[in-house]
Design a binder for this molecule. Structure first.
Ligand code: APR
Length: 318
């Protein structure tokens, strides 16, 4: 099997290291690069992952590297086709994602500038929080075309919603289709009209109040896990989502995924990074795909766009 392409993951914390391992285990990349600002952390994790190769049966090599705030060490990401930014602080119980904005903006801005310098042709997938704002900041700080920068949120929120529906109805997750759009936060927009189980509308299978309960649990899905972990935030489902997006880029698959993408006219919304469905391929976002929404869902999406627009305008000064 021919392996090709280089994907770099910046930040070797829980999210970054799990993403790197998932990417390596796909066994499609020539190389996975993992970096961190803590001396030796990424190198140690890379060594450990490589030692699992003969057991798990993958040949992709993981290369670790230490970077510093002045940009030293970033040569290791040269030639990357895809870069996933996971650097940044996670939430603690009681914090909203927005509470991380100042500290993570400094980290993400620095990382983005170094990506522009060392991997100027890469597609960038942002996962650091607050997601919509960090995605906008990355586009700004890299200077990359908007379609080459996207954020991971909708894949995760949708997967959470799907899991809750499957558990409620005691059906396989594979029979459930759900969708969430909007922001990765309070203005997340679950789209019940696009939710089905074995092709049947969710609304025919569950009472409206129960669907609303699952929607609320989905919207608070990250906080529920933060509350249980107490020292950090989720990373298994988030890394699955980010790794799938990187794979779609590398394979130029054109898969339609819910992602945080630059919206320019779709749904009558312009000039904002927002959770929408989009075709993902080797140049990033090939096309934002508009889906049929009910009037209520559309009004929620418009409200989400305006809420994140204000915050995204603020990131310029961070
Ligand atoms: N460059 C590279 N790595 C950095 C930098 C930097 N400038 N600053 C911090 N890091 C690294 C930390 O050293 C740490 O290893 O980022 C890593 C963050 O890891 P964790 O604390 O385990 O956090 P994690 O759960 O991985 O979450 C990372 O994803 O979901 C979001 O809100 C979450 O913003 C957070 C990010």
């Amino acid at each position: 099997m021919a392996r090709s392409g280089v994907v770099a993951v910046i930040g070797a914390g829980f999210y970054g290291s799990t993403t790197a391992l998932r990417l390596a285990e796909y066994n499609i990349f020539e190389k996975v690069v993992l970096t961190d600002i803590l001396e030796g952390k990424a190198e140690g994790l890379a060594l450990d992952m490589n030692q699992s190769r003969s057991i798990e049966g993958f040949e992709t090599r993981v290369v670790g590297g230490t970077t510093s705030a002045d940009g030293a060490g970033y040569e290791v990401i040269a030639g990357s086709d895809v870069v996933v930014i996971t650097a940044g602080l996670p939430r603690k119980p009681g914090m909203s994602r927005m509470d991380l904005i100042e500290v993570n903006a400094k980290i993400v801005r620095g990382v983005a500038e170094n990506i522009a310098k060392h991997a100027p042709n890469a597609v960038v997938i942002v996962v650091s929080n607050p997601l919509d704002e960090m995605t906008a900041l990355t586009a700004l700080a890299t200077g990359f075309p908007k379609h080459k920068v996207m954020g991971q949120a909708g894949m995760l929120d949708t997967a959470r919603f799907t899991n809750f529906v499957a558990e409620e109805l005691k059906v396989p997750v594979a029979s459930v289709q759900t969708l969430t759009l909007g922001s990765h936060g309070d203005t997340m927009v679950p789209v019940p009209s696009r939710c089905t189980v074995d092709g049947k509308p969710l609304a025919d299978l569950l009472p409206a109040a129960k669907i609303e309960e699952l929607v609320t649990r989905t919207r608070n899905g990250g906080a529920e896990i933060v509350g249980l972990l107490k020292t950090g935030s989720a990373y298994y489902a988030p890394s699955s989502a980010a790794a799938r997006m990187a794979k779609a880029v590398m394979e130029d698959s054109g898969a339609v995924m819910p992602v945080c993408a630059w919206v320019d006219g779709e749904y009558g919304i312009s000039g904002v990074y927002l959770g929408v469905e989009a075709k993902v391929g080797k140049n990033g976002i090939k096309e934002v795909v508009e889906t049929q929404l009910t009037d209520f869902e559309k009004s929620e999406l418009l409200a989400a766009a305006e809420a994140v627009r204000t915050k995204q305008a603020d990131v310029k000064s961070l």
